[in-house]
Design a binder for this molecule. Structure first.
Ligand code: FES
Length: 312
């Protein structure tokens, strides 16, 4: 739908908060905490941003955008060219990072701009009087997005902010938060890949993998690095090699195979492709457990088996 930017405010030197409204001023589709939104910018670039509203509003969406030094156009435009009244297109909110209804408590971890989906979850839990803790990690105090909001009611009593920690100190802080959590807690993490890996490994050991939920900004590669594999295209009877340093999506597109894509970081599902034989190495934040049995997202995911036969 057509939308407009109705306000822009910087929350840190590198993160700005942007509010969006329907171009006709009408109501926006509702969403659940953790949802993200496709935003198509002038020029046709589509990016996904988590909705981070403090309270759901039928008339406003709030997103936060970090300036990425190597931006492919999304954050650069939103930081350098966007203004109040700028037109954009938005999709319908989608949620692959929802709160677990059966959790006895919720422990939310955010690294840097990873605060965005977690912030709306924390506000929702506070409104429900549900037991939760929010732990925010940042490089420096002035780089904590939404610092004022985190330090005020209703979040402040449940929030801890951890700044300028090294890897060992970060791991110790994560361990302490996990140790203090009650049995049945579900853990949520969003942030840079090393931070996510540290949280998910420890949280899975404490509560089990089913109680750990993540939203990443990109694929998490294994410690040993990626391996090459072969895509066997069943419909077109072709085989395409995927080297260790390239994505399956890039190799398909280079070979002239038409695969729709958008985010290219495994969060939107646009490139979902059916797998017929072989085992995928899932790196996305989108597919459900059931979908992973038969599909993969070639923009980030790879193969466990030497050959992956897909429905293209
Ligand atoms: S392009 Fe968005 S998940 Fe692959």
């Amino acid at each position: 739908m057509k939308a407009v930017i109705c306000s822009i405010a910087d929350t840190t030197p590198e993160v700005r908060i942007i509010e969006l409204a329907a171009a006709d001023g009408g109501p926006l589709p509702p969403y659940e905490p953790g949802a993200h939104l496709d935003v198509t910018l002038p020029g046709g670039i589509t990016r996904q941003y988590s909705l981070c509203c403090a309270a759901p509003s039928p008339l406003r969406y709030r997103i936060a955008v970090k300036r990425e030094p190597r931006s492919r156009g999304g954050s650069a435009w939103l930081h350098d060219a966007a203004a109040q009244g700028s037109p954009v297109e938005i999709g319908t909110p989608r949620n692959a990072f929802a709160l677990a209804p059966a959790a006895s408590a919720h422990l939310l971890f955010a690294g840097g701009i990873g605060i965005t989906p977690v912030l709306s979850m924390a506000h929702a839990l506070a409104r429900r009087n549900a037991p939760f803790r929010l732990a925010v990690f940042a490089r420096a105090p002035d780089l904590v997005p939404f610092a004022g909001e985190l330090g005020a009611a209703p979040l402040a009593p449940f929030t801890s902010v951890h700044c300028a920690l090294g890897p060992d100190e970060t791991a110790a802080a994560i361990d302490a938060l996990l140790a203090a959590a009650v049995d049945g807690t579900h853990v949520y993490a969003c942030g840079p890949a090393p931070f996510m890996a540290a949280v998910t490994e420890r949280a899975a050991a404490r509560f089990g993998a089913d109680c750990v939920h993540t939203e990443s900004f990109g694929a998490i590669a294994p410690a040993g690095g990626d391996r090459a594999f072969v895509l066997r295209l069943l419909q077109s009877d072709r085989e395409i090699a995927v080297p260790a340093d390239r994505t399956a999506l890039a190799c398909l597109q280079d070979a002239g195979i038409d695969v729709a894509s958008s985010c290219e970081v495994g969060v939107c599902g646009t490139c979902m492709t059916r797998v017929r034989e072989g085992q995928a190495d899932h790196r996305d934040s989108y597919l459900t457990t059931a979908e992973r049995e038969s599909c993969f997202l070639p923009c980030v995911s790879r193969a466990v088996t030497p050959v992956l036969a897909i429905d293209l």
